[in-house]
Write a protein that binds this ligand. Structure first.
Ligand SMILES: Cc1ncc(COP(=O)(O)O)c(C=O)c1O
Length: 389
């Protein structure tokens, strides 16, 4: 028995290893977070790290929506949707999503992570093949692994590579799934949706697009990157409520037939408690705000465009971003941590993003612009960045 490694020794050595590589992660609870300003150690910092892109997480309409739904339906949903947890408000939210995205139907999931890890294994199994962009989010990667399908990761946004892989392998498998994001979560660049749609058609593939970071920010109505005209041809469009929509949970927009299939086959839908009424009330209010307060969307886009312009043109930093997610590439994890710290000293809350969230040697500061920011915030952040680099 003595020769076995103890769990304490194992954990100690793993944590030491992560620490030495500058990769240790820790939690620091905030003392407050309101209108884009967080409070930590008694100090207010302008938050450039949140995904609350429209700045509505503390909007009175969301809070009121949550309160009303909780008063009417209670704190919890009591069961999964297929048991007694299926409430009318879940269906109202699904209908609102279907209209927003231009699809026949919507289906809710507990979170984006649960949606990806439930849907991908429902669509593909051992005899199938999955083509996944190399920069896809961890929840997509985990969904692919859970499916047990053969999978290929194509070089990020490289359609020639994707087509080469389709040409070489597609015919050996029953079903093929192509899965991409529309705004990439760590690089902030955009997918080539119409070109991918063309490949999907030519090679008889299923197409799933994760619009977690596009929903609410892109599109005339906040529908995302996938236009209503393109939506018809995309089999599954995923979005989350925890980012631009200021709440929590996730949805997919799909055909009625696909909805019926997934609610029978996606294990993370079937075997998990329905989202609670309060969050559904908040999410419903958020969908309404997309229409009522479109200026939030234009503000984020204008501020992000100024931030990207200044980084590229004035500072020569070459960010890959085409969206409100604007990475400042650093490379080494320790240098990214110290840049984040110097920005915090200057009054900005930002996080260093390190492997395995991003590929080796591509540690970065991930700036995210929100409607809570002002042009002054962006200019001051740029100044602090040029002092810190
Ligand atoms: C592209 C993408 N998909 C899915 C998720 C997971 O969504 P959730 O936070 O709702 O689990 C994220 C979260 O960051 C993401 O970036």
């Amino acid at each position: 028995m003595d020769s076995f490694e103890s769990i304490t020794d194992f954990i100690n050595s793993e944590l030491r290893f992560q620490d030495e590589a500058g990769l240790l992660r820790s939690l620091f609870p905030l003392e407050g977070s309101q209108r884009g300003v967080v409070k930590t150690n008694g100090k207010p910092l302008v938050d450039f790290s949140s995904n609350d892109y429209l700045g509505i997480a503390d909007h009175p309409a969301l809070i009121e929506g949550a309160k009303k739904a909780m008063e009417k339906w209670g704190a919890g949903a009591r069961a999964s949707r297929l048991m007694s947890g299926d409430l009318e408000i879940h269906h109202s939210l699904e209908s609102a999503i279907a209209i927003l995205k231009g699809k026949e139907a919507g289906l809710l999931f507990g979170s984006g992570y649960l949606a990806n890890t439930g849907i991908i294994p429902a669509l593909c199994g051992r005899n199938d093949v999955i083509y996944s962009d190399r920069l896809n989010h961890a929840s997509i990667v985990d969904g692919v692994l859970l499916s047990r399908a053969r999978f290929f990761r194509f070089r990020h946004n490289d359609l020639n590579h994707l087509e080469d892989l389709l040409k070489s392998h597609r015919s050996q498998y029953r079903r093929a799934l192509i899965v991409i994001e529309s705004v990439y979560s760590m690089d902030g660049d955009l997918a080539l949706v119409s070109e991918i749609l063309e490949l999907k058609g030519r090679y008889g593939a299923i197409l799933m697009i994760d619009e977690a970071h596009a929903t609410g920010v892109f599109g005339a109505k906040g529908e995302g990157i996938v236009s209503q005209a393109e939506a018809e041809a995309v089999d599954v469009i995923l979005g989350t409520f925890g980012k631009a929509m200021g709440g929590y949970g996730a949805f997919v927009a799909l055909s009625n037939q696909m909805r019926q299939f997934l609610l029978n086959r996606a294990r993370t839908f079937i075997f998990s408690t329905a989202l609670p009424p309060a969050i559904i009330g908040a999410n419903l209010a958020a969908v309404k705000l997309l229409e009522e307060e479109p200026e939030r969307r234009s503000r984020v886009c204008e501020l992000a465009s100024e931030l990207r312009r200044a980084l590229n043109e004035d500072m020569g930093l070459n960010t890959p971003s085409e969206s409100q997610i604007v990475p400042v590439m650093v490379g080494d994890s320790r240098s990214a941590l110290s840049l984040a710290e110097s920005l915090r000293d200057a009054g900005f809350f930002v996080k260093a993003i390190r492997p395995p969230t991003v590929p080796e040697s591509t540690a970065r500061i991930r700036l995210s612009v929100t409607a809570n920011h002002s042009l002054k915030d962006v200019r001051q952040l740029l100044e602090a960045l040029s002092d810190g680099i």
